[in-house]
Design a protein around this ligand. Structure first.
Ligand code: SF4
Length: 401
């Protein structure tokens, strides 16, 4: 058992109603548990409490055992002078601040229903990569869907943050930022970072100058990723020949030689299915005049889907955000709902639990959920985990005593 479960109980006010009191015998009324602080310092900031006759606003520090206040040397740390309550699971040691004043202590254990700890232990004892798998039957599928929809939006926010950084590094040139997103999509998982760095290193003026000149862009890209002086390295270890970097680099070079569609034209399309046509229409090289394939042959369905999800939709969302157009941001989300789900390891894991993605929003939510919550075992911070842990509590619990 660890302090994380105490944070969960405090944050969600899962203490039994009653006459809570500190070790010095003062009654406690909880107005607000405060903001959970995941950085250094006390565990909750800005908590609002009444202790005895006085109302307090300040920090709350938590430890499993009261002695840990001294083990962690908080009595010497001025950052802990703002602590108004020391919450412990057990122990009777009093705590002092660096200015010598005493902090009241609240022992949590008598106020917590044992089922919370039992359900938490049950969840954490599953050593699989999806700790709640064995309890899947206890959770309605709609609860997973709600969680995945939130996860899909959180992942869109992550992609949008990355797009904003492209835009910043491109000096506000939307065409260049979209080009970087496109190049990253060609790198797939293994070489996405290298392709992104390669694209960032080529100015848009060079990209435009290469229109109609495959040899020029091909030489430029190879110079960035293959020359002795280049620091960008494409990885080819443990890859099937079909995924070798040059198999991805060449189609991208051909697309550039054909000419890339304008960023605003791409963002203005009314449906993701129209994006491919814009690449096709941008083609300036005719198949008979040279032996280069056409854009359709360079953009595999998977690459196009990755580009739309990870590059174009975040660009649309970012554009709506910068111009204060919520309708444009909504359109970005609608695109995610309209696009079919990706097929990958994440969707397979959820499918084994009888939870299927019916859109890219949900398949993106699966990636987000597995990467950020299930694998790091952050079940206490997940809606499904919170439901499983509190499922037998009588709700709602009183928020104040
Ligand atoms: S984080 Fe949530 S969805 Fe993932 S295993 Fe834990 S409880 Fe299940």
């Amino acid at each position: 058992m660890n302090e994380a479960v105490m944070h969960f109980i405090w944050n969600n006010r899962l203490m039994r109603p009653g006459a809570w009191h500190t070790q010095s015998g003062e009654r406690i009324w909880l107005e607000s548990p405060g903001q959970h602080n995941r950085d250094a310092g006390p565990d909750f900031l800005g908590a609002q409490l009444r202790i005895g006759k006085l109302w307090w606003t300040g920090a709350v520090a938590m430890h499993w055992h009261a002695m840990e206040w001294y083990r962690h040397r908080h009595q010497l740390d001025p950052a802990y002078n703002q602590v108004i309550l020391h919450v412990v699971w057990e122990g009777s040691q009093s705590a002092t601040r660096s200015d010598g004043s005493e902090v009241d202590t609240f022992v949590l254990k008598p106020w917590v229903d044992g089922s919370i700890l039992d359900h938490y232990r049950q969840l954490m004892s599953d050593r699989g990569e999806f700790p709640c798998a064995s309890q899947r039957g206890l959770v309605d599928r709609s609860r997973y869907f709600a969680m995945l929809d939130r996860g899909g939006l959180a992942r869109l926010e992550q992609h949008t943050r990355r797009f904003r950084s492209y835009l910043q590094r491109s000096g506000g040139d939307w065409d260049h930022a979209i080009w970087v997103g496109l190049a990253r999509s060609f790198g797939m998982k293994v070489n996405s970072h290298a392709m992104e760095q390669m694209a960032l290193s080529i100015p848009m003026s060079e990209i435009r100058a290469c229109q109609g000149q495959f040899d020029r862009i091909w030489a430029l890209m190879n110079d960035r990723v293959g020359s002795r002086t280049s620091t960008i390295r494409l990885r080819r270890l443990r890859m099937r020949p079909v995924s070798f970097p040059e198999k991805k680099l060449k189609p991208l070079a051909i697309l550039v030689a054909h000419g890339l569609p304008n960023a605003f034209a791409l963002m203005a399309t009314s449906h993701p299915a129209q994006v491919r046509a814009l690449f096709r229409n941008a083609a300036v090289l005719q198949p008979r005049s040279n032996l280069l394939p056409q854009p359709d042959d360079c953009l595999s369905p998977t690459t196009l889907q990755v580009f739309i999800i990870n590059g174009l939709i975040p660009a649309i969302f970012c554009y709506g955000e910068q111009n204060h157009w919520p309708q444009v941001q909504d359109r970005a989300v609608q695109w995610l709902e309209q696009l079919g789900p990706e097929k990958n390891r994440f969707t397979n894991i959820f499918a084994s639990l009888d939870v299927y993605a019916d859109s890219a929003l949900r398949s993106q939510g699966m990636i987000h959920q597995m990467n950020d919550y299930c694998w790091p075992r952050r079940c206490l911070e997940c809606a499904v985990g919170a439901f499983l842990i509190t499922r037998t509590l009588n709700k709602p619990y009183a928020q104040t005593a």
